[in-house]
Design a protein around this ligand. Structure first.
Ligand code: PMV
Length: 315
């Protein structure tokens, strides 16, 4: 039997993280340079029903029946089996690899779910639709992150820049002019659920102030959408700076993230901010392509353990 495989990209949130959990819009883009990959092999000689799972990046080599029921890989497979109305999962080996940093705000969990859902459903001759893939990946996120907005599974499933508002159809963004982003990883892992929960507590205590911050972020995101659609790349940079200042007021930045933002801007970036939940993970900086090397060097000197240069192509 042939092997089946599927991949899914990483992602970054350009605008609107945290506020998006409270119903404001956000913009995210796929990062195609990093990917999760799932490969499925059927071996007719293996024992019926024996599903082997290998994820060398996290040292996992086990069978589905030995995995805890709420393990993300088990959940994704059982959910897929249920939607596909399978009475059992046929014997196979599923190998998952990924070069998306874990717990770094680049959607590694959602990308693994999307890659598995696509490879698994295609291998059984019943490829799930994008909507099904996104919905199932969302359900897996709910189990592990509590109250995800749904932006990660959406941008990773569609692998296009998206404008996202909770509870609404996602919109694929038209990009008038290409732009370039430097991603700088603090190397600090941060659990999205913890940061989201801290913001919730702060919002419960100081509702009005936080509603004001979320509204301001929402307005920035709306302006950013216009800037992307009209090719006004310079104004995108200052919108990123404003968004970062608001995220600092929500107490989700960190000295390391602030340092990377500062270094990028001093080296000539048009704007910079943290991306994702914050407290660690990644900083993103908008750069003119000819400045990217200088900005990358500055960000590395300021402590980034890894950088990625990504271009969002005009459509
Ligand atoms: O760390 P990430 O990229 O998974 O960031 C999550 C973004 C939040 O807005 C903080 C939470 C969410 O579910 O949208």
């Amino acid at each position: 039997m042939p092997a089946y495989f599927a991949t899914a990209p990483g992602k970054i949130i350009l605008f609107g993280e945290h506020a998006v959990v409270y119903g404001r819009p956000a913009i995210a883009i796929p990062v195609l340079q990093v990917r999760a990959k799932a490969i499925i092999n059927f071996d007719p000689r293996s024992a019926p029903g024996r599903v082997i799972l290998r994820a060398p990046d996290i040292g996992l080599n086990t069978t589905l029946s030995d995995l805890p029921e709420n393990h993300p890989l088990a959940v994704v497979l059982w959910k897929a089996a249920s939607v596909m109305k399978l009475s059992h999962i046929p014997a196979c080996t599923i190998q998952v690899t990924s070069n998306i940093p874990i717990a770094g705000g680049m959607g590694s969990g959602a990308a693994v779910s999307v890659a598995i859902l696509r490879a698994f459903s295609a291998s059984l001759g019943h490829p799930l639709s994008d909507e099904q893939v996104s919905q199932l990946a969302y359900e897996v996120e709910v189990i592990h992150h509590g109250t995800p907005s749904g932006i990660d599974n959406s941008v990773i499933t569609y692998a296009k820049p998206v404008y996202f508002e909770k509870g609404k159809m996602i919109e694929i963004l038209q990009v008038k002019r290409s732009f370039t982003i430097v991603i700088g990883d603090t190397g600090i892992q941060s659990q999205t659920a913890d940061v989201v929960s801290d913001v919730r507590h702060a919002w419960e205590k100081a509702g009005e102030q936080f509603e004001g911050l979320f509204d301001a972020v929402g307005e920035i995101t709306t302006s950013a959408r216009k800037a992307i659609e009209t090719g006004s790349i310079d104004s995108l940079g200052s919108l990123m700076n404003e968004n970062h200042a608001l995220l600092r007021k929500m107490s989700v930045s960190s000295p390391e993230l602030d340092e990377l933002v500062e270094a990028a801007c001093s080296a000539g970036a048009l704007g910079a901010k943290l991306s994702g939940a914050g407290r660690g993970g990644n900083m993103i900086a908008l750069v003119a392509p000819e400045c990217s090397d200088v900005v990358i060097r500055a960000v590395v000197n300021a402590g980034a353990v890894r950088t990625i240069l990504t271009e969002i192509r005009g459509t």
